[in-house]
Design a protein around this ligand. Sequence first.
Ligand code: SF4
Ligand code: SF4
Length: 72
Amino acid sequence: MGGKIVIDRELCKGCHLCITVCPFHLLQVSNEINSKGYHPAKFVDPEGKCTGCTLCALMCPEIAIEVYKEKS
Ligand code: SF4
Ligand code: SF4
C-alpha cells in the first residue's frame, strides 16, 4: 500500500531527525530557507516507495509532517 507525506516547511525547524528514520531514505535537506531561517526537510519519492509507515511523522518534534495512505 502506497503513501505520501506533506511537510509544512514553515513549521519545520530543520532538525533533520525525520531524514534519519525513513527506511527508504525519502527525505532530504532542502536548499530553500524558510521564514525562520531553517533548511526544511523535503520529500523526494520519484519511485513511489513511501509506505505511509508514519515513522517520520512520529519522530518530528514540530509535528510538521502529515502522512497520507492510499486506500486499500
Ligand atoms: S523532523 Fe520535523 S522539524 Fe525536523 S527536519 Fe523533519 S520535518 Fe523538520
Ligand atoms: S511515512 Fe515512512 S516511508 Fe514514508 S517518508 Fe515517512 S518514514 Fe519514509
